[in-house]
Design a protein around this ligand. Structure first.
Ligand SMILES: *Cc1c(COP(=O)(O)O)cnc(C)c1O
Length: 430
């Protein structure tokens, strides 16, 4: 029952990857709070270190609690393997690491989590990598941006901060044509609302900090591999297609076939970069995932009600929620995320920057935090916080201009959320 391949989502979110503990029969996945694992004998140890046998060595690489989470998320995403990481940002670096070399670039959407824009536009330069940002609704611009040194295309399924929906089928057709992988950050949608691999994604990354854990307790990330990309089809991915000196000349694509990326992620990525998920975090996230579909249904229902109310309010200029028929992305919902457009969107307040700042201070139920995907409703004024490092032009391209606030709608009572927004808007626009 553990791998749950033929089971429905609601069953998989509880069972995939978990088995009663072989030592004690414990039904819930134990937190294996251990750094190391005893080898059966010297031969066993040597085989593990040679990757000739799969097993536990040291928790920087693998841990049984984290392994259950990896298998659960891989199953829910329809992938064949996953690597747990210490945060969503760690997962992004871990997704790029096997693909990149100094001088190589990625083509990324302008509509991304603010921290991702900073990671891609500033920090990765220090590895000799770079990113070209383009509007992913302009398919010709995406095509034109890809050059001989491009090693991946990167976007979010439901994109920050406006809740825009990316036409993943159109984008994956372009990355396929170029012979490079499409990486989709599926944090805001979760595999319940969107399954990027079914739309051609090669890799799916998550900040498990958000909806997967669901209650704002731990940071974590996951990279899921579809297992569908042929790393040997061209010479662009030598880390996977050529002999690896750090493993006696083993070639990952040859030795592990469709699992090459996942094995590389653990055996090289986690071993040498060490951005490992800890078993406590995996435990909290496993708890969260058990109720994912129930929470996401409620998140979507509440977001729909709050967005519809805001749209008719005279103090509001516009609302970006893709679940509203007025959204240009409304038509993409049935194709890309048929169970709903998520619970993340922005709205523009008449009165601009000053009114936005007053609004966030006047709210009582909504918390002003740099987080999303919590059971609690959250608000942030991106321009003065998460998108502060960006120019006004970049902020506007990202949908986070100075007059805009982002909501992450929780699973409270929608009428209470609306009443809270009503009183705060009154204060903000008085
Ligand atoms: C939060 C978030 C990240 C970064 O994840 P951390 O766990 O905070 O490192 C990346 N992408 C999206 C869409 C996010 O919401």
């Amino acid at each position: 029952m553990g791998d749950g391949k033929t089971l429905h989502f609601d069953t998989q979110q509880i069972h995939a990857g978990s088995h009663p503990d072989p030592a004690t029969g414990a039904r819930q996945t134990p937190i294996y709070q251990t750094t190391a694992y005893v080898f059966r004998d010297a031969d066993h140890a040597a085989k593990l270190f040679n990757l000739q046998e799969v097993g536990y060595i040291y928790s920087r690489l693998t841990n049984p609690t984290v392994a259950v989470l990896q298998e659960r998320v891989a199953t829910l995403e329809g992938g064949i393997g996953a690597v747990g990481c210490s945060s969503g940002h760690a997962a992004q670096i871990m997704a790029l690491f096997p693909l990149m070399q100094p001088g190589m670039n990625i083509v990324a959407s302008t509509r991304l989590y603010g921290g991702t824009i900073t990671q891609f536009s500033q920090t990765i330069k220090r590895f000799g990598w770079s990113a070209k940002f383009v509007d992913f609704d302009d398919l010709d611009a995406v095509k034109d941006a890809i050059d001989d040194d491009t090693r991946a295309v990167f976007c979010e399924s439901i994109a920050n901060p406006g809740g825009y929906i990316t036409d993943l089928d159109a984008i994956s057709a372009i990355s396929d044509q170029a012979g490079i992988p499409l990486i989709v950050d599926n944090t805001s949608a979760t595999p319940y609302l969107c399954r990027p691999i079914e739309h051609g994604a090669t890799l799916v990354v998550h900040s498990t900090t958000k909806y997967l854990t669901g209650n704002g307790t731990v940071t974590g990330g996951v990279v899921v591999d579809s297992g569908k990309f042929d790393w040997t089809a061209n010479d662009k991915f030598p880390s996977l297609s050529q002999p690896e000196p750090a493993y006696h000349g083993l070639t990952f694509a040859e030795a592990f076939g469709p699992m090459a990326f996942t094995f590389h992620g653990i055996a090289i990525g986690l071993r040498d970069l060490g951005m490992t998920m800890n078993p406590q975090a995996a435990h909290y996230t496993l708890m969260g995932i058990e109720t994912l579909s129930l929470r996401m249904d409620r998140h979507v229902e509440n977001a729909q009600k709050v967005a519809a109310w805001l749209e008719t309010d005279p103090r509001v200029d516009y609302v970006t929620y893709a679940g509203l028929p007025s959204s240009p992305y409304y038509d993409r919902i049935s194709k890309i995320c048929p169970k709903g457009a998520g619970a993340l969107f922005t709205f523009a307040v008449k009165g601009g920057y000053d009114a936005c700042v007053k609004l966030v201070d006047a709210l009582e139920i909504f918390s002003h935090v740099a987080n999303l995907g919590d059971t609690r409703s959250l608000i942030i004024h991106s321009a003065s916080t998460t998108h502060r490092q960006l120019s006004v032009q970049q902020q506007e391209a990202a949908g986070a201009g100075p007059n805009v606030v982002r909501l992450s709608i929780g699973i409270e009572d929608a009428d209470d959320l609306i009443a809270d927004l009503d009183q705060a808007l009154a204060t903000a626009t008085a």
